[in-house]
Ligand binder design. Sequence first.
Ligand SMILES: [Zn+2]
Length: 163
Amino acid sequence: MTVRIKKVSDSLYTADLILPDMPGIKASWSTPEPMRVDQIVEELRSRGVHQIDIGDAFYEADPRWLTAFGIGSAAKGYVCREVLDKSQPILLVSRNHEDWLFLCGAGHSKEASEYTLLAVGYLINSDRTLLALRDLPIGWKAERKSANSPWIRSPLDSSENLS
Ligand SMILES: [Zn+2]
């Protein structure tokens, strides 16, 4: 299954979903008209396309696609050292106020020097599974057991409020 995405305007894209080994059939599904990123993501997800493949196809069409996705190019997140140097996957994501926090899941001190501020778009481009958390509400967190496990969401309790 291959996804091809083309940028039409600032916020509109077209998509073609192509199934392999079907000669003569160009696409098993195409956008009937240019659509917004979130609409295309929903359509492709409902057809069984993996979030990572969708992200890759959008990135190929437009490296700045996350802005159209509703993740402002200015959105920033704090990462711990292990996430910064990519020695550990991101296993805990939380959102206090406007701040996103992306941690490896080990214990961390609250010392500001332990954390580095990065663009959220940069993080998503290197770990597409984070896309699933784009609508994580303020005051919530998401955890997973490993990089291949599903994200499990829960509200932050007051002790977890790092700000
Ligand atoms: Zn860490």
